[in-house]
Design a protein around this ligand. Structure first.
Ligand code: TRP
Length: 330
């Protein structure tokens, strides 16, 4: 903690030297340069929701007075959905002695947490911090990890799907088994559907290469499809959407960006806002707070998103109440 305060002080000093604008100031600046606060950001994979989170984090850090290249140095790395990449990136951040590491999505946070129990870690949009083994208690994290959880309103999302297909007997669910975040949501979805007497057909994949085959097979067996907040599925959304179009299969997803890319509807968070929430927590760490005393926060204000173009393509009517409630119609 002391080190961080020293860094902030020395940065203040740099400002003063600059104001004086003496010739020797330049060398002071370069000397102080290695003392710039280091923020490592690792994103699990590329898809729009996670990209939105990243933008939100950077914008909020800037709004809080931490600007990349000025008083902080942001090292942004993408794991491309690959476990060994995540490990390499995590150990790099640890070796470089980052002041805070922000990990976007569950697998990224798990990778970083397994590399350090010292450096503060902020998990960004982690569905369930406890199931992911990142904190023991969301109110009192106790260790070096805290963050923002985006546990989706799964039951509300299933209700939306059932409004489109009120007579459905079988609902398909697809997710990636490497993602604990999805397992938690799928359990909720299954229990809820079962309580309504609806059969669920579950298909899993282990990586994005399997998605085409898995969804094509599933599409023929079910009356509707639910895909939770799953990174692998989100990154394969164009493929999934095409299969659903071909099969005229109603699909509801966990995230708004997935609806925008070709699903019927959802009730979901604005992930740019989640990113801003994460950025605020990262700024508090840079100011010297300790993650062990920072309760896990929750994403707020889920809203209804609808894709009218997709509904028209598969020839399904959008329930009037949903249209009226919609925050955004694509
Ligand atoms: N919640 C996911 C996780 O814990 C990450 C995530 C955030 C995500 N927004 C998303 C995944 C949208 C898919 C789609 O890993």
């Amino acid at each position: 903690m002391k080190k961080r305060i020293m860094k902030l002080l020395s940065l203040g000093m740099v400002g003063v030297f600059f104001a004086g604008c003496s010739a020797s100031a330049a060398s002071d600046v370069s000397k102080e340069k290695d003392d710039t606060l280091k923020v490592g950001i690792v994103q699990y994979v590329e898809h729009q929701s996670l990209d939105d989170i990243y933008r939100g984090i950077v914008d909020e850090l800037t709004a809080e007075g931490y600007e990349d290249g000025i008083n902080i140095e942001i090292d942004y790395q993408n794991g491309q959905g690959d476990q060994s990449n995540l490990k390499t990136i995590s150990s790099k951040f640890v070796n470089e002695n980052s002041d805070v590491i922000v990990a976007i999505a569950t697998p990224a946070a798990q990778a970083v947490a397994s590399e350090t129990t010292e450096i503060p870690i902020i998990g960004a949009a982690i569905t369930d911090m406890v199931s992911a083994g990142l904190v023991e208690d969301i109110k009192q994290p106790g260790g070096n990890v805290t963050g923002v959880s985006d546990m989706a309103p799964v039951e509300e999302q299933i209700d939306i799907l059932m409004q489109f297909v009120p007579n459905a007997k079988k609902i398909g669910i697809a997710y990636c088994t490497n993602e604990v975040n999805s397992e938690v949501q799928v359990k909720t979805a299954c229990d809820y559907l079962e309580s309504k007497g609806i059969e669920t057909v579950i298909t899993t994949v282990t990586n994005s290469n399997d998605v085409l085959q898995a969804i094509s097979t599933l599409a023929e067996k079910v009356d509707g499809l639910y895909i939770p907040v799953d990174n692998t599925m989100a990154s394969a959304m164009p493929t999934i959407s095409t299969i659903c179009e071909e099969n005229k299969l109603p699909i509801v997803t966990g995230a708004a960006a997935m609806v925008e890319q070709g699903a019927l509807a959802t009730s979901a968070f604005d992930y740019y806002d989640t990113g801003k929430q994460v950025g605020k927590m990262a700024a508090r760490i840079l100011e010297g707070e300790n993650p062990k005393d920072m309760p896990v926060e929750l994403s707020k204000d889920n809203k209804i998103y609808i894709n009218k173009t997709f509904a028209d393509i598969i020839g399904i009517e959008i329930p009037k109440n949903l249209m009226e409630e919609a925050y955004e119609i694509y």
